[in-house]
Design a protein around this ligand. Structure first.
Ligand code: BEZ
Length: 400
């Protein structure tokens, strides 16, 4: 049959169907091929402000994984509803409710800022919507407020810094100053650092805080100089981390009082920090030079797609998509089968660019903490600082 004949006969067939529909019953449905609805993923992340680069990296990598799977997870096409949470805790409940109740997302993915996360957790718990946290380390989300429908592919704040005290003592730094933003993440990280450092005999001689996302560091740097600790430990991330590391070096402190932190201090920031970051030691669950085939593949794919090097935030976003894929595959893409999705995601081992990690009973990664050192534009892997570190998840009823 010629192409023109085929078109004619197809038209006749359709006319015939239409005619049948009209004559057979005025109530008959028009001839449409049913398409399975797409799965709606709500991405609630910061796209403006000091954490904008973190939100973008998570989004890029989540979408990269989906694109690698042909735009589908568990056989279903993915549709994104993207919302800028501005790292603003006061708007968090309203923003998350809008995604769940107005936009009717099947899955809520977010966020970066621990304070915003607490609002999201409230909405997740009340609505029962499947939720994946791709960064924010608020301990309560997988501690006292843990819930079957809430999973995390990143860390708890405690986990990122628990090993740092031991590292600093091994380098002979017996006293330390602490500096950070005063909000849930900074406070929980301070708790984790203090616990680990004091356990091995370290002493914190100065605690300095400033409100998030303030970057007026000068007066506090003068206080660090006056306190003369052996070293400084800190938490900053994103744009604030860039400025802090530069200001610390410009104040002449870097060579006198070595700077340490969890890896957010130097992750995704090195190009902007330049010489001021060279040599800084940090602990984190990712490094730029891991000898892991999965990481090499991921880095190549990310760099090719975005013309950027990936960072820890990208890895966590990629794993959020991987985890969702595992859940959806188990139910052949039926997003309403929440119970079975949760079951498939529980206790899973994720083959991550950071190395394989296991989901804890509280729904948080059990993962290695790496010691890294800045060399050029890389957070070079130095050693495993803590093997298979698991957050204690105190108060999580799912542990009982
Ligand atoms: C937090 O608020 O939990 C957070 C933000 C940036 C990096 C790490 C943790």
């Amino acid at each position: 049959m010629k192409r023109s004949d085929r078109l004619v006969s197809r038209r006749r067939f359709l006319q015939g169907v239409g005619g049948l529909a009209l004559t057979a019953s005025p109530l008959a449905a028009p001839f449409v091929i049913a398409q399975p609805a797409r799965i709606k993923v709500g991405l609630m992340l910061p796209y403006t402000g000091t954490y904008a680069s973190l939100g973008n990296a998570i989004t890029n990598a989540f979408k990269l994984y989906v694109a690698e799977k042909g735009g589908k997870l568990g056989g279903r096409e993915i549709e994104y509803v993207v919302l800028d949470d501005e790292s603003e805790p006061a708007k968090a409940v309203d923003n998350a409710s809008r995604l769940v109740n107005r936009d009717k997302v099947d899955v809520l993915v977010g966020t970066v800022h621990s304070g915003v996360q607490m609002g999201m957790v409230k909405v997740s718990r009340e609505s029962g919507v499947l939720s994946i946290i791709p960064n924010a380390g608020a301990g309560a989300a997988t501690g006292p407020l843990c819930a079957p429908n809430i999973f995390r592919t990143s860390f708890t704040n405690w986990q990122t810094i628990h090993a740092l005290g031991k590292v600093m003592m091994e380098k002979g730094h017996k006293t330390a100053a602490w500096i950070s933003w005063k909000y849930a993440a900074g406070e929980e990280m301070f708790g984790g650092f203090k616990e680990g450092y004091e356990k091995v005999g370290g002493r914190i001689v100065k605690e300095l805080w400033l409100p998030f996302p303030n970057v007026e560091f000068q007066a506090l740097l003068t206080e660090i100089a006056a306190a003369r600790p052996d070293a400084t430990a800190c938490f900053f991330a994103g744009g604030g981390a860039v400025k802090f590391v530069k200001d610390y070096a410009a104040a002449g402190l870097k060579s006198k009082i070595p700077l340490f932190g969890n890896g957010f201090l130097t992750d995704g920031t090195l190009q902007a920090q330049g010489a001021s970051a060279q040599g800084v030691f940090t602990t984190l669950h990712y490094a730029d030079s891991l000898e892991i085939p999965k990481d090499k593949e991921f880095r190549l794919s990310y760099a090719k797609t975005y013309k950027l090097q990936p960072d820890v935030y990208a890895v966590q976003g990629y794993d959020a998509a991987q985890l969702l894929d595992i859940g959806l595959k188990a139910v052949k893409g039926d997003a309403r089968a929440t119970k079975a999705i949760i079951q498939a995601m529980e206790g899973v081992t994720v083959d991550s660019p950071r190395g394989k990690w296991k989901m804890s009973r509280a729904h948080n990664p059990i993962q290695d903490s790496y010691l890294r050192q800045v060399v050029g534009e890389q957070n070079k892997y130095v050693a495993v600082a803590w093997k298979a570190l698991e957050d204690p998840a105190l108060g999580c009823k799912m542990l009982a």
